[in-house]
Design a protein around this ligand. Structure first.
Ligand code: ZN
Length: 370
């Protein structure tokens, strides 16, 4: 198994923002702001109109009022690359660079507007605990969210030391692989330190988020990747622009082995998300079958010439997969109905092109994922 770095990865390690994910593409995007004298930085935390930004000169706090204050999808969020004014009180974030990917939560409120949780994520790590019975439907749900964001999903089965033997473990990994076409599935044991080196190598290629329900081992995983206690790392003493010492809670952390981890409370749970594209990607084999149905609008219930039902008959397609697919599609339709279509179209336009490019590159090197 070998892991090459992400396309466009930056060879020069001299830039102080490289540990935070700065690369040649960001440099090119930032060039016009650089010539205006603005500072490049990555947002490590946002808090009521303010954000903490890591810049080549260190950490600073900036006001985000200048950037689309009334549009929830266009507010600055953790993971954004921004152009900040070099001085001023307050100093303002002038703009953020076009996002390569974004995690958006559709809120369940009546107004139902999206909430942007994290930007520019390359890997969405879906943590599932082997201490309890594997819920493949849950894996699929997380994968739909991950694909929808534009990030590459990676499933990590945690607490592998609780599985009695290697054969059982390999069966469990295979089960998850059938529910996760195109997604690498790794098993790790934080207790024994097994599998962590492989995961760290994967994540060193970009920015990651951890997804999974509580008890999935996300905190333990984050601690193991960071090599220290996350809560301690999160609260870091910094010197602000006026020479004062401040304690900053960081939601974006550079990993010691390379790569960046975004860990925000809102991202951890499963909310209501619009993930239609994601759902289709998780169930790509069903989509492929559906393309062979006699009728274009086949509902795969009782239609003649239905390729999906035929595959169900032969056992090629497990019934559980079809049930799960229908359940997620129904769920997603309810969410979509609640969410403002214009907003969603705007979000898509922002990162869909980049996402498609990224996915094509991933396809090209899929052979590398053992
Ligand atoms: Zn059909």
């Amino acid at each position: 198994m070998s892991f090459s770095s992400l396309p466009g990865s930056f060879s020069s390690s001299s830039h102080p923002l490289v540990p935070y994910g700065w690369d040649a593409d960001w440099e090119a995007e930032f060039a016009p702001y650089h010539s205006e004298g603005l500072l490049a930085g990555r947002v490590i935390r946002v808090d009521r109109g303010q954000c903490d930004v890591v810049t080549p000169g260190g950490m600073l706090r900036a006001d985000t009022a200048f950037v689309a204050p009334h549009d929830p999808m266009r507010v600055v969020c953790t993971g954004d690359w921004v152009a900040v004014e070099p001085a001023g009180d307050p100093r303002y974030v002038r703009t953020y660079l076009p996002r390569r990917s974004a995690f958006v939560r559709s809120t369940s409120s009546k107004r139902s507007e999206g909430q942007i949780l994290a930007a520019n994520v390359d890997y969405a790590v879906v943590a599932m605990s082997l201490a309890v019975e594997l819920d493949l439907g849950r894996v699929e749900r997380f994968l739909a969210l991950a694909w929808e964001s534009g990030a590459q999903p990676v499933v990590v089965l945690t607490k592998a030391d609780l599985v009695p033997d290697a054969t059982t473990l390999s069966y469990l990994v295979q089960d998850v692989e059938t529910a996760a076409p195109g997604v690498p599935v790794l098993s790790v044991s934080s207790n024994l330190g097994e599998g962590l080196d492989v995961l760290a190598a994967v994540l060193s290629g970009g920015t990651s988020v951890l997804l999974g329900q509580s008890g999935a081992g996300k905190s333990t995983l984050a601690n193991a990747l960071l090599g220290e206690d996350v809560m301690k790392v999160h609260a870091t003493r910094d010197v602000d622009g006026k020479g004062r010492h401040t304690t900053t809670t960081r939601n974006l952390l550079a990993l010691p082995g390379g790569g960046v981890l975004i860990d925000t409370p809102g991202l951890r749970g499963v909310g209501l998300w619009d993930a239609e594209t994601g759902v289709n990607q998780v169930f790509s084999e069903i989509e492929a079958l559906a393309a062979k149905c006699r009728f274009h609008d086949c509902a795969h219930t009782s239609e003649p010439g239905c390729a999906v039902l035929a595959a169900l008959d032969t056992g090629e397609l497990p019934e559980r997969r079809l049930d799960s697919y229908r359940k997620l599609l129904r769920e997603n339709q309810r969410i979509v109905a609640k969410t403002d279509a214009r907003l969603r179209a705007e979000i898509r336009r922002d990162w869909k092109r980049k996402g498609a490019e990224g996915k094509a590159a991933m396809e090209a090197k899929r052979g590398h994922w053992g």
